[in-house]
Design a binder for this molecule. Structure first.
Ligand code: UDP
Length: 244
């Protein structure tokens, strides 16, 4: 992944003008779909993601049921038109992996023990992709789960840190992801600090890893505030309607 392309200047200015710790612009809207139990539309830099949540409802076929708790099934899908070179539609190794790690992350915060034999389906559709889509999808899923009224310990949130031209930075953009040295997506429960997802692509020294991890956790807390505002915005609007 190492490259000679200048992704960050000696003054710390990145290709899109951001500083090392700046996050791309994020816009989150809760409850955008009428037929899903909960939903969320999220824009993060050039990423556009739509999440629909269904459940908890009885898991079928029945042999998939867990008598002690609900199962969480996240399905990450990248639309064919979401990337520069049209992607072949349907699941591939990458989307199966991302669906698995997101399912496991969400399972850690959802109170699954309250819904034995049930399933919670989380459909993540990436409409436009520009690096960091698994973090964008997981962050949107957190808001959609709240919108669906699914009891959770916390709203899960994610962001990636990484290394470009030997320097640790937050929230990699497309060129930084393609030509950078390393990418470290991190999801946490912001209330407890529990790590829900941690992946690494590329190479980091132990010091760089610690620096990137701390930066990602700081970034998660910043994104968490935007998530909470999106939820408050939706429910304040409903409360105002009810009062009228
Ligand atoms: N990408 C692509 N075609 C693909 C898969 C990925 O163009 O089939 C791009 C897309 O912009 C994505 C980026 O590569 O956001 C980085 O992909 P990665 O696997 O690192 O996951 P992400 O950063 O999106 O979580």
């Amino acid at each position: 992944m190492k490259s000679d392309i200048e992704l960050i200047t000696s003054e710390g200015k990145r290709l899109d003008g951001r500083g090392p710790e700046d996050i791309r612009k994020i816009k989150i809207e809760a409850g955008v779909l009428h037929r899903a139990d909960g939903s969320c539309y999220l824009e993060w830099g050039g990423n556009k993601v739509l999440v629909a949540v269904y459940g908890p409802r009885e898991a079928v076929p029945r042999h998939t049921q867990n008598p002690l708790r609900a199962i969480v099934q996240a399905r990450y899908n990248m639309a064919a038109f979401s990337v520069e070179d049209r992607k072949r539609p349907g699941p591939d190794r990458r989307s199966v992996e991302i669906s698995k790690v997101i399912s496991e992350a969400l399972e850690k915060v959802i109170l699954t023990e309250q819904f034995p034999r049930a399933t919670v389906n989380v459909n993540i559709e990436v409409l436009d992709a520009e690096a960091g889509t698994r973090c964008a999808g997981l962050t949107a899923a957190g808001v959609a789960l709240i919108d669906a009224g699914i009891p959770m310990r916390d709203i899960p949130v994610a962001i990636a840190a990484g290394k470009i031209n030997g320097q640790v930075v937050l929230d990699l953009g497309k060129e930084e992801d393609n030509f950078g040295d390393a990418d470290l997506p991190v999801a946490i429960s912001p209330r407890t600090g529990e790590v829900l997802l941690l992946q690494m692509d590329g190479h980091l020294t132990v010091d760089e890893f610690n620096q990137a991890f701390d930066l990602a956790v700081k970034g998660c807390h910043a994104v968490s505030e935007i998530q909470k505002k999106a939820v408050m915005h939706k429910y304040q609007a409903i409360a105002a309607e009810v009062q009228e």
